[in-house]
Design a protein around this ligand. Structure first.
Ligand SMILES: N[C@@H](CCC(=O)N[C@@H](CS)C(=O)NCC(=O)O)C(=O)O
Length: 205
């Protein structure tokens, strides 16, 4: 059984969607990242070196960080579908855009959010504006970011655009808006939202 270590209102809630996409049963274990004295379970500590959620345990596999987790889930449970096979030419673009989120989008958000003066050639993520321009250029006239169907790269990118929009970091263009809607209205995303809301509500009771 897969165990997802999660916390409400965190990046971990996206994992409900990833898990619904692969269609495997999973259980939830709450990590109270906002507690003053955290008493994290040993299995979580073994999986997540920075004590950040999401993290996941699947049998003997321990894994942390959203992009790493979804690559693992797709390769293991939906190869050739949610992740192109290694010998598929689309694999290169898939990996490029899968890791665009942790390598480029997330640091660029930090630049914007913390008002760090941009320095596109010095910073490995370019700049917030360059990150956005490359994303828009890629998604113009394309349904999906990396292949001819939805992959975990779309999961990562659309989930992050949605996250940026919810925190008013980004006012998405028409291109980004329709792409994100296309992803977020998938049946797995809708099922995940319902389960996430129920899990969050259960904590309040
Ligand atoms: N790169 C990681 C970032 C994970 C992350 O920042 N998690 C935050 C919640 S959104 C966290 O666990 N913070 C608690 C802490 O740092 O102790 C991913 O995308 O999975």
């Amino acid at each position: 059984m897969i165990t997802l270590y999660w916390s409400p209102q965190s990046r971990a809630v996206r994992m409900f969607w990833a898990l619904e996409e692969i269609g495997q049963p999973y259980e939830l274990e709450l990590i109270d990242i906002r507690a003053e004295d955290r008493d994290d379970p040993p299995d979580f500590l073994a999986a997540s070196p920075l004590r950040k959620v999401p993290a996941l345990i699947d049998g003997k596999v321990k894994i942390a960080d959203s992009a790493a987790i979804v690559l693992y889930l797709a390769d293991r449970y939906a190869p050739g579908d949610l992740a192109p096979h290694p010998d598929d030419p689309a694999r290169g673009e898939f990996l490029t855009w899968l890791f665009y989120t942790p390598s480029v989008i997330e640091p660029a958000i930090t630049e914007k959010f913390c008002e760090i003066p941009s320095n596109p050639t010095a910073y490995p993520w370019g700049s917030f504006e360059k990150m956005l321009a490359a994303l828009e250029a890629r998604l113009t006239d394309r349904e999906w970011i990396a292949a001819d169907h939805f992959t975990m790269a779309d999961f990562m990118v659309s989930g992050t655009i949605d996250f940026m929009s919810n925190f008013d970091i980004l006012d998405p263009s028409a291109v980004l808006k329709s792409y994100t809607e296309r992803c977020l209205t998938r049946p797995a995303a809708i099922r995940a939202k319902i389960k996430e809301q129920a899990a969050t509500k259960a904590l309040a009771n």
